[in-house]
Design a protein around this ligand. Sequence first.
Ligand SMILES: [Zn+2]
Ligand SMILES: [Zn+2]
Length: 256
Amino acid sequence: MYYGYIELIPKQEYDSEVVEALLWQFLCALERNGQITKAYTIVKEQNYRLFVTFTKEDSFAEGNDGFYVRQNREKLKELFDLTVTVLGENLSSGRYCTCGERSALEMVTHRFDEDSPFVCLDCGRSVALYELPLLGDDVYDEDYTVIQYWQENYSAIDTLWMNGLCDRYSGNQLVKFDSALNKQGVLLAKELEKKAGCRVYYHLSCAYGKSVKAKKIGQDHIHYCPSCGELMERKKIAGLYTEDFCHTCALCYDAH
Ligand SMILES: [Zn+2]
Ligand SMILES: [Zn+2]
């Protein structure tokens, strides 16, 4: 969530067409590894400046590089010195988790979300993707693209609903726990859980004009799990917000 720029100070002559292609690849790789957020650009003055939002203050450190970032950084370092200037906090991005250990994660997003879709349930903040295990075992699965594809799909469907269509298709995709969109998300959450060594809860929507089963207890309406049918457990997360959880199915809803 720190906005700033990476400046490239030339060490030798270079071909600007080759370098510019390399810079876009580098930025894309940084984003796919969760080191920067989506909104980035290149400004060419005397030197190239890459304007980015770093997810954490030290997210650009080489130790956080994934396979593709490392490949591109090495090529750039032959031609340039890379320096970082942080201008301040970017308020369109959230604060990130700095917990040493995390007892559980939640997978959640919405159409304006620019951050990682994983939230630490101990501090309630986003978790930088590069701090999480990679999902694939394949040599080509060296970043978090598969998670970002799901996030982009979710944002697209949420936008379709919110921008006025309010149709049955987009509403059902968001609310039904067994819709194609939510099945894709649950599958990814389960895969991450196997590798992360902690529970990964998948967040379901419960608005969008669709009725979701709940039990009135005092002033509260506690949700039933849409998968196993059991009453969920209401929990406050880091004193920030309250959600209902099914620990058997690893699903959760916002509390009402
Ligand atoms: Zn945390
Ligand atoms: Zn359940």
